[in-house]
Design a protein around this ligand. Structure first.
Ligand SMILES: [Zn+2]
Length: 60
């Protein structure tokens, strides 16, 4: 799987991931990793937990 993230994709992730109380629609493992890093300091917000759940379901 390619790990290349275009500016358009990143912009979409930033916009859709901006609100910590919204459950994320995780698109890929790269997206999950982005959300985990972006929300790492938030004490387990909804975005962080959603990305975490994606990672455990994908087995990575
Ligand atoms: Zn957050």
């Amino acid at each position: 799987m390619s790990a290349v993230i275009t500016r358009d994709v990143l912009t979409r992730w930033v916009i859709r991931g901006a609100h910590c109380t919204t459950a994320p629609e995780v698109e890929s493992a790269e997206h999950a990793r982005y959300l985990l890093s972006a929300h790492a300091g938030h004490g387990g917000c909804t975005q962080f937990l959603g990305a975490l759940a994606y990672g455990s379901e994908a087995g990575t």
